[in-house]
Design a protein around this ligand. Structure first.
Ligand SMILES: [Zn+2]
Length: 245
């Protein structure tokens, strides 16, 4: 399984960067997880959008789905020109209802509500979901393939069940929007991200959903301090970087 980070910014993109977007591949299958501002431009460097198995959205905030509005046009052209033969499935939380309904686009995008009680298999990748506390319905996801486990927290405040959900993850892709002392509902600090990785027994952690105006080095330092001498590598997710899991 391979993860390629297409965007790391939370809220809105820092200059020249992109918001949340992650390409997850196993063999010939490619699934796009989240599709925030700037993700489409970066996706083209790493994959053929015409061949995507599906898109999976953690929640329906703009920094996680705004580029779907341009991806849908690209897919529409591909369908018309023969570069793709079927609509693109988009799995997403069904709330807010009006946002979910807006995903439907002609015979191009095929929105499907995520059912957290069911596993979802997409091209050999097995997804499981956990509703996490954010300002709208949001799903963290565990993605497994060939005995390896990738966990993406999505946007969340501290939530004890995430520790078990992320248990023994080979890679934890963890939001780290805030610095200690900052308050914003539905988000983690760098310290909390490090603590989650440590308590879950993750083998490696990448920090993402970084706030454009914060010093990301400080966020990373907080996370690393929380991990201490445990020997668990914690890094900032690299936009454009790929990670073999
Ligand atoms: Zn966000």
């Amino acid at each position: 399984m391979r993860l390629t980070v297409l965007g790391v910014c939370g809220g809105y993109p820092a200059p020249g960067r992109a918001c949340s977007g992650y390409l997850v591949e196993a063999g010939p299958s490619a699934v796009l997880v989240d599709c925030g501002s700037g993700v489409m431009a970066n996706l083209g460097r790493h994959a053929n959008f015409r061949a995507l198995e599906a898109v999976v959205l953690s929640h329906l905030h703009g920094d996680h789905m705004s580029d779907l509005l341009v991806l849908r046009y690209a897919v529409q052209r591909a369908l018309a020109e023969g570069g793709r033969t079927r609509p693109l499935p988009v799995y997403a939380p069904p709330l807010p209802e009006e946002e979910f309904e807006r995903l439907r686009y002609k015979q191009v995008l095929d929105p499907r509500p995520i059912d957290p009680d069911e596993k979802l298999e997409l091209g050999g990748l097995v997804f499981r979901f956990l509703a996490v506390p954010h300002t709208i319905l949001t799903y963290a996801m565990a993605i497994e393939h060939g005995g390896r486990k990738l966990v993406y927290t999505a946007d969340t405040s501290w939530f004890d069940p995430l520790v078990e959900f992320a248990r023994d993850a080979d890679l934890l892709l963890c939001e780290a929007t805030l610095l200690e002392g900052q308050r914003s509902p539905g988000h983690l600090t760098g310290r909390e991200a490090g603590e989650l990785a440590l308590r879950a027994g993750a083998r490696r952690a990448l920090l993402t959903h970084l706030w454009p105006t914060l010093d990301w080095g400080k966020v990373l330092a907080e996370a690393q301090a929380a991990v201490g001498e445990a020997g668990l590598p914690v890094e900032q997710a690299g936009e454009g970087s790929s990670y073999r899991i």
